[in-house]
Design a protein around this ligand. Sequence first.
Ligand code: NAP
Length: 242
Amino acid sequence: MKTALVTGGSRGIGRAICLKIAAMGYYVLVNYKSNLTEAEITLSQIKNDDGNGELLQYDVADREQVNQQLGGWIKANPDNIIEVLVNNAGVRDDSLMAWMKDEQWDDVLKTSLDGFFSVTRLVLDGMMLNRYGRIINIVSLSGLKGLPGQTNYSAAKGGVIGATKALAQEVGRSGITANAIAPGFIKTDMTEGLDEKELKKMIPINRFGTSEDVAHAVGFLASKEAGYITGQVLSVNGGLYT
Ligand code: NAP
């Protein structure tokens, strides 16, 4: 069974990615942190579109949970190699650095950067044995150019970009690609409250992006045909200059 794992698949960009990857014929493991109701909606949408998958709850920031839940799934399903991994789970908690609390720094770094490490390390073994894999990390414009009020988020996403480039060089010979996608402003819960009317003036395409705009790029990098593209960061930002 061709299997894919999407972290943070219960809402927003992650949900659109789950639907896209399921439409490509993958059995999708939909990870989420706490929002069971939304995760169930993702899974039922997958099934409505004739796809299949299951929910896998764990907090990517908690290495023990990752090892127990994801490690347990991998052990229990030795024939179902995860071929596609999308590290999408992420949070933002903005503050100017002078006022940033320890928890704000730690939560954001642990979710994006530690989460990437804990999840990817577990999945790599199977991909290497299978000599095939597609790893796609959802980063951000903020990780490329840095944004004021987001030293934590810029550091987390910038860290994942560096790790993506290093990992791509480690695993290329095993038929595995590792790439990152850097969205700009995408309409989800994360950007609720931002002034789209004002901010879109900076965006050449003149609108916020949709989750589907990002999922389409994920589908491309997850395809077999994208096997000669690795270590790249693809911006999906409506032309915002980075
Ligand atoms: P969102 O609507 O806030 O959804 C976040 C998703 O991540 C939810 O499914 C949430 O699960 C999950 N999640 C959060 N912390 C988690 C954890 N510790 N363990 C497991 N799952 C966790 O966010 P989004 O806008 O779709 O963002 C998705 C990704 O794109 C993030 O990495 C974000 O940084 C990145 N991004 C977003 C934008 C944008 O404009 N929206 C721009 C650039 C980059 P629950 O539902 O269980 O809480």
